[in-house]
Design a protein around this ligand. Structure first.
Ligand code: NDP
Length: 434
């Protein structure tokens, strides 16, 4: 705490992992002796930089850029870029720290990192977003590379932004290094299913958790928060598996749609018009109701998939969900559930999937994109989707088996933290003091 003042989200993320690790440190004293926990909490490198750009009226803006390269014991640094006005160093560090464990859980060779800027893309023209991305990449380009650090998207960074970032990287380096960024368009080095992967993966993980309890996702009512990349493709997969998603939200309010969310309409509003969920409700007709400023978790649901941002589901929300009979909660977003809310779910016997495990499908598919880029290949949608399904099942089983091995069967938080930690810690131990 003293070394990292003013970083509450980072403290929260570290605290949650530390709470889980006591049994593994007791069972394997060599990990404690090598100060692996202390070493893991310290990023290998953190970079902060000035980003200057001009808006459409010629006015100059000054933003801050970040890249925290947390741990590269398992492979090149890997993790998304977030553009959101709330971003600060503590948030980037929490995201980077979580990314180490998530990437380890995929079983693939990736270290952990995260970055972004406090730039707010809302309401900005394409030209403004492009100039910002070019200015941001002008500095970031010195720090990344297919063997060094491979960024991707996150909040506020989707296909459009990755395109502008890649274009500037190519211009600066005079090289076609497809492997330097993931989330690229499928026509120029991107992978099939990358856009869908985080949402699809979270729903597949949820289905595995339910199956373990003898339940089927088909026929269940699902509430989703957010209306961005993760939310949209969670809805698509949940509907494909026979569930009915009845909510979506953004930072202004939420929509409840009794007939189930009309995904083509929502995608048009969000992806084509870059509109709000309020616009969806206005077009949808009588089945949909818009609730400005409300809490989406007051809507009864069997399954809740928080897919917007950190700490969006607190103790009151958890109590409301439990009261309404929720059976599973799985984190599409990173750390959306507060520690108090997680405890409420645990005590109520609700299956709880932590983001480190549940939303790892995105980065796993990024690893598949890197493999395709390295081999100059382009795999079919069906092949990548099958690999994603295999990875999610493997992550679920590893996490469950680890929770059993340490005497807390079905505690996916403990299972994910220990399984991720062991893999990284063993690699760090083998590689010596670096
Ligand atoms: P998007 O930018 O596509 O969508 C974010 C959604 O969350 C929007 O609906 C946005 O609403 C809402 N939101 C963001 N910040 C807030 C806030 N402070 N309060 C309320 N609502 C908010 O991002 P993604 O879908 O890519 O990311 C969502 C979450 O999933 C994040 O936690 C991210 O870290 C995590 N994640 C994403 C992965 C990916 O592959 N994209 C991979 C793994 C995790 P509004 O438009 O009003 O801001």
């Amino acid at each position: 705490l003293r070394r990292n003042p003013g970083e509450p989200e980072f403290h929260q993320a570290v605290g949650e992992v530390l709470e889980s690790l006591a049994p593994v440190l007791a069972a394997r004293p060599e990990l404690a002796d090598a100060k692996l926990v202390e070493r893991l909490m310290e990023p290998e490198r953190q970079i902060m930089f000035r980003v200057c750009w001009t808006d459409d009226r010629g006015e100059t803006h000054v933003n801050r850029g970040f890249r925290v390269e947390f741990n590269s014991a398992l492979g090149p640094f890997k993790g998304g870029l977030r553009f959101h006005p709330s971003l600060n160093l503590g948030i980037v560090k929490f995201l980077g720290f979580e990314q180490i464990f998530k990437n380890a859980l995929t079983g693939l060779g990736m270290g952990g990192a995260k970055g972004g800027s406090d730039f707010d893309p809302h309401g900005r023209s394409d030209g403004e977003v492009m100039r910002f991305c070019q200015a941001f990449m002008t500095e970031l380009s010195r720090h990344i590379g297919d063997r060094t650090d491979v960024p991707a998207g996150d909040i506020g960074v989707g296909g459009r932004e990755i395109g502008y970032l890649f274009g500037q990287y190519r211009r600066l380096t005079n090289r076609w290094d497809a492997g330097v960024l993931t989330g690229k368009g499928t026509g120029w080095g991107g992978s099939q299913v990358r856009k869908e992967a985080t949402g699809y993966g979270n729903v597949l993980f949820t289905a595995e958790m339910l199956r373990k309890r003898g339940l089927d996702l088909a026929g269940l009512q699902v509430s989703v928060s957010g209306s961005g990349n993760v939310a949209l493709y969670s809805i698509e997969k949940a509907h494909a598996l026979g569930a009915r998603v009845v909510t979506v939200s953004d930072s202004d309010g939420y929509v409840v749609d009794e007939k189930g969310i009309d995904l083509p309409l929502l995608r048009h509003v969000k992806e084509v018009e870059r509109g709000r969920v309020r616009d969806y409700a206005e077009r949808r007709g009588s089945s949909a109701r818009y609730v400005p400023g409300g809490r989406v978790w007051e809507v009864p649901a069997d399954v809740a998939l928080p897919s917007a941002t950190q700490n969006e589901l607190d103790a009151d929300d958890a109590l409301a969900l439990v009261r309404n009979g929720v059976r599973a909660v799985s984190e599409g977003a990173n750390m959306p559930t507060t520690p108090e809310a997680v405890r409420i779910f645990e005590e109520a016997g609700v299956a709880f999937g932590p983001g480190k495990a549940a939303n790892a499908g995105g980065v796993a598919t990024s690893a598949l994109e890197m493999r395709q880029n390295a081999g100059r290949e382009s795999w079919s949608f069906a092949r990548v989707e099958q690999e994603l399904a295999d990875v999610m099942r493997r992550i679920h089983d590893t996490v469950y088996e680890t929770s059993e091995r340490f005497g807390q069967p079905g505690n996916y938080v403990v299972g994910a933290n220990i399984a991720g930690f062991e893999r990284v810690a063993d690699a760090m131990l083998a590689q010596g003091l670096v």
